[in-house]
Design a protein around this ligand. Structure first.
Ligand code: FE2
Length: 125
């Protein structure tokens, strides 16, 4: 695991989205500094709120944007997939506690950043 530097190439130009994405990166980096069970639980709680807020706000935005319907559907479908993976992490955390810190970091560093690169930047203004 290593520090994730925010990549300006992932900027959408939409303030609320970029701000939430930067916060997600900061949460991943926080796990490098503190991977105690309390820190992991705090990050998971924060991520639950972040994902709920970010996905809802992005999907509201997508409904109003003039993007092809297939692109909107693929984006929303990927949110559903991310939430499913995140739910699996929450389940594992309820069983494994501290052992999930690395899994959370990889989920944020790989899966969530890939979503931003593959889907979110299509909203770029
Ligand atoms: Fe998204």
């Amino acid at each position: 695991m290593q520090q994730i530097d925010w990549d300006p190439a992932l900027e959408t130009g939409i303030d609320f989205i970029d701000s939430e994405h930067r916060h997600i990166v900061a949460l991943a980096n926080h796990l490098l500094e503190n991977s105690s069970s309390e820190a992991i639980e705090a990050v998971l709680n924060e991520l639950s709120g972040c994902f709920a807020s970010n996905f809802t706000r992005e999907e509201d935005y997508l409904q109003r944007a003039s993007l092809p319907l297939a692109a909107v559907a693929a984006h929303v479908t990927d949110h559903t997939r991310l939430l499913s993976e995140f739910t699996e992490i929450l389940y594992r955390a309820s069983i494994d506690g501290c052992g999930t810190g690395e899994a959370i970091w990889h989920f944020l560093a790989d899966t969530v950043l890939r979503h931003q690169r593959d889907f979110d930047i299509a909203m770029r203004q």
